[in-house]
Structures are given as structure tokens and as C-alpha cells.
Write a protein that binds this ligand. Structure first.
Ligand code: HPA
Ligand code: ZN
Length: 326
């Protein structure tokens, strides 16, 4: 529609993107063949037919299976290059990308190999078209906190590669309260702090991420709509939510896009942003997420502009850097 067309040419930021979630079917099949990894699919059509999820866990099972084809620095280079090419095409001038090194440990892939590939692609995009990129060191909450702390320490030699830490994977049985030492240790090291909360988990998990982990941003956070007191606090503090509309519908957080409350959150003064989460799995990049809001929620031009402005306000960048990009 016209609002999405107008947004296409506007500089935007994307703050909630799992790099493994950007691995598209053709690349997935190519890398599986390269490394002799056997998958339950043999064609792009079969891969995409399997991406029919009933909840977060049913997605995570296929997401970790997909990521298991990533083995060497060239694989990570191609993965990052593919996503940064989307940024160029969609005018996403700044992106903050979640990297989850614990995902690659079962395959014996070291963080140094991962970052060698990513660094090459990021350097090309920076010199190629001035792409701005931040990496978020994201931990898997279905694993014990002790293993997360080991990864935090293993990342110390690469501290300068990351702007922040995050917390992803299965939410319901793995509350923020379990990761207080991890977040305290990351804060000591000077990382900015964000965490997934209030996607499938209750609003109390958003409250606990703020109070117990001291996060500066919440990933998803859509279930804040159930708690009036929390909504007022998030609005008063301009505490950003990185909302992912297509993800929420594909993972059955909402029955369909017409049920999504993102524009209600925006109208109540919260600093909400639009993001694609795992675009290869949820059927769209950033602009397709905006397009769904225009089609199904009648997003206005004014609302669209606020959402884009919020994405820069919420970025883990210095104010001078924000002014240069916006
Ligand atoms: N939620 C939790 N963990 C994830 C997600 C998500 O939406 N995407 C990738 N890992
Ligand atoms: Zn996510």
C-alpha cells in the first residue's frame, strides 16, 4: 500500500533479528549438501511446507536444526552477507543482529570461526554502502545459567564485537529470575542489556526482566497489554519494545494480524518498534512486517513515522551516531 511504499524509501533501523532466522531455504539446502548434513527436506517447497508452527517450541526445533548446517567461516560469511543485502535493498541503514554462539557448540564450531565469517561480510557492507551494524551476544535460556556464563567468558576476547547481550529461546519454563548472575556479569563488562520477555511468557516476566536483570529494552513484550500498571511504567520510561508482528502471528501469539495490539501500544505512548525476528521462517523481512500493519490494522502514515523514529530512539547507539543515520 501507499504507506509501505513511502516507508520503503525511508531510512530505518531493525533491532530484533536472529541471524540464524535469516537462513533461507535455498542457502540452507546448499550448505546441508556442502557438509553432508541430512535434513528431512529435499526441496525449497518441502522446507517451506514444514514451516507451519503451532507455538514457539515447534519453531525452535526447526530453527536449531536449520542452524546445524552452519560449520565454517564461509558459511557464516554468506549468512551475514544475505541479510545485509536485505538491509541495503530495504533501506535498513542500522541493524542490531542477535548472534547465538551456543547454537553452534554441538557441531564443534568455535566463536572465533563464527565472527571471522561475520566480520568479512560486515566490513564489505560498511565499505560498500555505509551499512551500520551492531551485534548482540544472545544466550539460550533453555540451557543452564552456568553454561551461559561460560559462553560470556569465552566471548571476553571478542568483547569489542558486541554492543549488548540478549536472552532468547523457550520462554515459558525459563524465567528471567534464572539469569541474574549472567546479567550482573554482563553489566560489569559494559554490555547494554536486552532480553526476550512477554512473547509467550506472562507480563510478570517483563516486570522481572526490568527489575531483576536491569534490561534497557524488551524483545517482543506484547503481553504487556494485559497489565495496565506495566503499560503505564513502560510508557513513562520510554522503555523500548522490539515487536515482531509476522512472528507473533506465525507462532500463534495472535490468531491473525487483525488481533495484534501493536498500534494500541504505540497510541498509548510506548516506544514500540517493528522488526522481522526470523524472516526466513515467518514469511517476510522488515517491510513486509510494516505492510501487514498497513493491510490488516490500517496503520496511518503518522503511526508509521513514529514506529521508524522509535527504532532509532531504541537503538544501542550514541546520540551523535543516531543523528547521522536518521
Ligand atoms: N523467541 C524466542 N527465541 C527465539 C525467537 C523468538 O521469537 N526467535 C529465535 N529465537
Ligand atoms: Zn526473537
Amino acid at each position: 500500500g501507499p504507506v509501505t511504499q513511502w516507508l520503503a524509501g525511508m531510512p530505518k533501523a531493525e533491532l530484533h533479528l536472529h541471524i540464524d532466522g535469516s537462513l533461507r531455504a535455498p542457502r540452507l539446502l546448499q550448505l546441508a549438501a556442502k557438509h553432508g548434513v541430512s535434513l528431512p527436506y529435499s526441496s525449497v517447497e518441502e522446507v517451506e511446507a514444514a514451516y507451519n508452527f503451532s507455538d514457539l517450541q515447534s519453531f525452535l526445533d526447526l530453527y536449531y536444526l536449520g542452524a546445524s548446517v552452519l560449520r565454517d567461516a564461509d558459511d557464516f560469511y554468506l549468512l551475514m552477507k544475505d541479510y545485509l543485502e536485505v538491509c541495503r535493498v530495504q533501506n535498513i541503514v542500522h541493524c542490531e543482529i542477535m548472534v547465538e554462539p551456543q547454537t553452534y557448540l554441538p557441531q564443534g564450531v568455535d566463536l572465533g570461526v563464527v565472527l571471522e565469517g561475520f566480520d568479512r561480510a560486515i566490513a564489505e557492507a560498511k565499505s560498500g554502502w555505509g551499512q551500520s551494524v551492531g551485534l548482540i551476544l544472545s544466550f539460550l535460556r533453555h540451557l543452564p545459567e552456568a553454561e551461559c556464563l561460560e559462553m560470556l567468558t569465552a566471548a571476553d576476547p571478542y568483547r569489542a564485537h558486541f554492543c549488548a547481550i540478549g536472552l532468547a529461546s523457550a520462554e515459558r519454563d525459563f524465567p528471567p529470575a534464572n539469569f541474574q548472575t549472567l546479567y550482573r556479569e554482563a553489566a560489569k563488562r559494559g554490555y547494554a542489556l536486552t532480553a526476550h520477555a512477554g512473547e509467550e511468557g506472562p507480563p510478570s516476566f517483563i516486570h522481572d526482566a526490568l527489575q531483576l536483570l536491569s534490561v534497557a529494552r524488551i524483545d517482543h513484550g506484547v503481553r504487556a497489554i494485559e497489565d495496565e500498571y506495566l503499560l503505564n511504567q513502560l510508557a513513562a520510561d520510554r522503555l523500548p519494545l522490539t515487536v515482531c508482528p509476522l512472528s507473533n502471528v506465525r507462532l500463534c501469539v495472535y490468531d491473525d494480524m487483525s488481533q495484534h495490539r501493536i498500534l494500541d501500544l504505540l497510541d498509548r505512548g510506548l516506544c514500540v518498534t517493528v522488526n522481522s525476528d526470523d524472516p526466513a521462517y515467518f514469511g517476510g523481512d522488515l517491510l513486509e512486517n510494516f505492510a501487514a500493519l498497513e493491510t490488516d490494522l490500517s496503520m496511518s502514515k503518522e503511526q508509521a513515522l513514529l514506529l521508524v523514529r522509535n527504532s532509532f530512539e531504541a537503538a544501542f547507539l550514541q546520540n551523535e551516531e543516531k543523528n547521522l543515520l536518521e
